[in-house]
Design a protein around this ligand. Structure first.
Ligand SMILES: CC(C)(COP(=O)(O)OP(=O)(O)OC[C@H]1O[C@@H](n2cnc3c(N)ncnc32)[C@H](O)[C@@H]1OP(=O)(O)O)[C@@H](O)C(=O)NCCC(=O)NCCS
Length: 153
């Protein structure tokens, strides 16, 4: 499937809220949180969409001024568009953006029962770093994962 990637703007809020509703079963961002993320200088909200501008997924990076560690804060693909390589493409672009802004490591947290995401992250070179007991709102544990971004200085 041909897709395009671009940074989110305030006008994308409605579509982002709808995507959160269908893509996640819990731990969703509110409209207000998404608005802040779009407008924060230390966040990067990347969208993937069809040529007709139908939103298929999003990924959010958080940067910290004093750190070369970039956090993948949220990441999802619309249920109807899964299994087509869009997640991988989105993650590759997010890694590129993290590298472009000087990131040396990309970290994330993932539910321990999220087999699809764990498989994707492992395939993309992330390794398990730390077990996070009782991490999610329903009590599910998580994994912290990390990938070196291979910056050449
Ligand atoms: C995780 C998610 C983003 C994957 O997106 P996707 O577009 O379906 O993934 P891709 O098609 O790019 O798949 C890439 C790799 O991920 C793994 N993968 C994807 N879906 C999988 C599944 N259902 N079961 C096992 N592995 C899977 C595979 O390794 C796959 O590589 P392969 O096709 O060469 O075998 C998507 O399932 C999703 O949005 N889930 C709900 C939200 C979520 O869990 N976000 C992550 C929060 S940490």
């Amino acid at each position: 499937m041909t897709v395009t990637l671009r940074e989110a703007q305030a006008k994308d809020l409605d579509a982002l809220v709808r995507l959160e509703e269908v893509a996640f079963e819990g731990d969703r961002f509110s409209r207000r949180q998404l608005w802040h993320l779009i407008n924060r200088a230390n966040a990067h909200v990347l969208l993937v969409e069809t040529p007709e501008r139908r939103l298929l997924g999003h990924g959010i990076l958080l940067f910290r001024r004093s750190s070369q560690r970039v956090r993948l804060y949220s990441f999802c693909v619309h249920p109807e568009a899964r299994g087509m390589g869009i997640g991988r493409q989105l993650l590759e672009s997010l890694e590129q953006e993290a590298r472009r802004r000087g990131g040396e490591r990309l970290t994330l947290e993932v539910r321990a029962d999220n087999r699809a995401a764990l498989a994707l992250y492992r395939r993309m070179g992330f390794s398990l770093q730390r077990w996070l007991e009782d991490y999610y709102e329903d009590g599910c544990a998580g994994w912290q994962m990390e990938k070196p971004l291979g910056q050449t200085r």
